[in-house]
Design a protein. Structure first.
Length: 149
């Protein structure tokens, strides 16, 4: 009895199918890694956006009084005839403190209401000075702008 050693016919498509499946799996794996990175970045950005920052507006100088324009949670506010240095009447602490959302535009301008003297403004966010400016002379304006980070 003799054995037949004839080769079985090859199926060339098997190699292509396996290669295609491997490519699809690789693409799925890479895209899921990218999505998880994107999701963690989105979560981080949302957490930062939800955070609030302590903003301190200060006005100082030798001017006797000032007219102020400043950015608050409700938009722009104007205050006339404020004493310099600006202080909280209740607590006596210098400046005006507000809680602002992350990324908020912060702004203050102080105009000297007298014919002489100096005036300066400063914005501090979470203890870090983000803007400082000063001017001298009658009716001059000091303006400070920044961002609550």
């Amino acid at each position: 009895m003799t054995k037949d050693f004839t080769a079985k016919p090859r199926k060339p498509w098997r190699g292509w199918v396996i290669a295609a499946l491997a490519c699809v799996l690789a693409v799925l794996l890479i895209s899921s890694m990218g999505n998880s990175n994107r999701k963690s970045e989105e979560l981080k950005a949302n957490a930062e956006a939800a955070a609030t920052h302590t903003v301190l507006y200060e006005v100082e100088g030798t001017a006797k009084g000032a007219d102020l324009t400043l950015e608050t949670l409700n938009g722009t506010s104007q205050l006339s005839g404020k004493a310099v240095p600006l202080a909280n009447k209740t607590s006596g602490k210098r400046g005006m403190t507000l809680e602002m959302p992350a990324g908020s535009f912060v702004y203050i301008s102080a105009q000297n209401t007298g014919s002489s003297g100096t005036i300066s403004c400063k914005i501090t966010v979470d203890g870090v000075v983000v803007a400082h400016n000063s001017s001298s002379g009658g009716y001059t304006i000091a303006t400070c702008t920044g961002k609550a980070r």
